[in-house]
Design a protein around this ligand. Structure first.
Ligand code: ADP
Ligand code: MG
Ligand code: ZN
Length: 479
């Protein structure tokens, strides 16, 4: 590799407030076009914005969770540009003195050393409306839906510290996990609640001067981010190799072709004529407010992983899987509280529960089996009532019917048979019916042992205690 890719991400995080950032209109997704609007978000002359305090609280939480400093006095600015989905002719954003500055995230790409990625800033802004083409119920041409106008966003801007598409995806996933964990964003990338602009450039290996970047707009899945960055790196390398130069521009990624294409030449900050919005006073955030927010922060994914390792004895890998979301970590901890054995509970969650959730497209929050019920099931294995194998059958029935494991075991007569006389009589029958195999075994062909275990388990409908079966079979076959 002669070239070093450099990547910086700008991520838009749509905040989970009930109302918009500068008015009281609802932010609910999917309503009739323009039904959630008022003079403020329609941009009518003379209407005045009033800042939603919840947005500030969410921004502070995001900042503290990404190691940023909270700016004591931050400013809203007008970013001026014309577009039909922007009725005011400017977007209220932050430019100088954004609410959060100079943070970082430590990322870990598999097989590599951990690496610190700088976060330049996090600022608050309003979203624009949406143009609806063709499919609009309003007309056959194009319509403007301003329901989304004035929806609160955070923009999280990273330093150009990322060096590969893998690093970019890990960083993005980590940021996604934090904002969903905090409950400030639903994280839905398809609906655009979490979307990313990727800035990509290349420079000769060993150089300390960054190359000219292209910005790929609004990429809305982790997979597309990886594809778009990789395509763009190769495009720029080819261009430079052919003696061309990369121009600073905004590009679009087309998921169908896997390519990026030019959308417009890059606008510069001065094109926007930023200036402080005279309708909004500076936002003053006291130290007390910041400290209160800090105290109210939940235990974050990384801290929770560490605690699972230190206190519950999980491996780092298991701890990471079980903290994939806050709901999953909560489920796991409730299961451990009800059962006691973190390893056993963890294995069932990473195995059966995860499989069943995936197969049925269910979220952990909606899991039909409670952590308490899972613990009851495991206790039935612990005390020998059922075998681990039968437990999987009971699990499937719990999932479908919502019944308790005890009642399923009783109703279906699944109690494990450990009584040796009952198992012995089954073994005797099977040995009598398979005299040939008995001879083979006694003649030294030990492989047929497995055949006998299978037959006995089958005859007992899976209920025979496997260790008792093994023990008795061995002594009987040996004669
Ligand atoms: P703009 O809004 O004009 O895109 P920002 O400063 O908000 O500017 O964002 C710039 C983004 O581009 C940041 O994430 C930054 O890390 C990244 N970036 C800056 N220079 C380069 C470069 N040469 N190569 C790759 N990324 C870059
Ligand atoms: Mg940008
Ligand atoms: Zn409104």
């Amino acid at each position: 590799m002669k070239y070093q890719p450099v990547i910086g991400l700008e991520v838009h995080v749509q905040l989970l407030t009930d109302t918009k950032i500068f008015c009281g209109c609802s932010t609910k997704f999917g309503a009739e076009p323009n039904s959630q609007t008022c003079p403020v978000c329609l941009g009518l002359p003379g209407a005045l914005p009033v800042l939603n305090k919840k947005v500030v609280e969410f921004a502070i939480k995001a900042g503290l969770s990404t190691n940023c400093s909270i700016t004591p006095r931050s400013i809203f600015a007008r970013k001026n540009y014309f577009y039909p989905d922007l009725p005011k002719g400017y977007q209220i954003s932050q430019f100088e003195d954004p609410i959060c500055q100079r943070g970082w995230l430590d990322i870990k790409v598999e097989g590599e050393e951990p690496k610190r990625i700088g976060i330049t800033r996090i600022h608050m802004e309003e979203d624009a409306g949406k143009l609806v083409h063709g499919e609009s119920s309003l007309n056959d041409g194009s319509g403007v839906d301003l329901n989304r106008a004035c929806t609160p966003l955070l923009e999280v801007v990273s330093e150009p510290d990322l060096r590969s598409s893998d690093e970019a995806v890990v960083y993005l996933k980590q940021l996604h996990q934090i904002v969903t964990w905090l409950g400030i964003c639903d994280g839905n990338m398809e609906e655009g609640s979490f979307r990313c602009d990727a800035n990509v450039s290349v420079m000769p290996v060993g150089s300390d001067t960054l190359g000219t970047r292209a910005e790929i707009k609004n990429v809305n899945s982790f997979k597309f981010v990886k594809q778009a960055i990789e395509y763009e790196i190769q495009r720029q390398i080819d261009l430079v190799e052919d003696g061309g130069t990369v121009v600073q521009e905004t590009r679009l990624f087309d998921p169908n072709s896997g390519k990026t294409r030019s959308m417009r030449s890059k606008e510069e900050a001065h094109d926007y004529r930023y200036f402080p919005d005279p309708d909004l006073v500076p936002l003053v955030i006291s130290d007390e407010w910041v400290e209160r927010s800090r105290r109210e922060l939940p235990e974050l994914p990384e801290q929770r992983q560490q605690r699972f390792i230190d206190e519950l004895g999980l491996t780092p890998y298991d701890a990471e899987v079980l903290t994939a979301s806050r709901a999953l970590a909560d489920y796991f901890e409730a299961g451990v509280a009800a059962h006691g054995n973190a390893k056993a509970v963890g294995n069932w969650i990473m195995g059966e529960i995860t499989r069943a959730l995936n197969d049925s497209g269910t979220s952990v929050e909606a899991c039909p089996i409670t952590p308490g019920q899972l613990a009851e099931l495991l206790k039935l294995i612990d005390n020998g009532t059922i075998s681990g194998k039968i437990a999987k059958t009971v699990f499937d029935e719990m999932w479908k019917s919502g019944k308790t494991p005890q009642s399923i075991v009783e109703e279906q007569g699944l109690v494990q048979v450990s009584d040796s006389s009952a198992i012995e009589s089954i073994i005797d029958e099977i040995m009598a019916a398979n005299a040939g195999q008995v001879e083979e075994y006694r003649g030294g062909k030990e492989k047929v042992f497995g055949f006998f275990v299978g037959q006995v388990m089958k005859a007992s409908k899976g209920k025979a205690n496997p260790s008792v079966v093994n023990e008795l079979l061995l002594s009987k076959l040996k004669g």
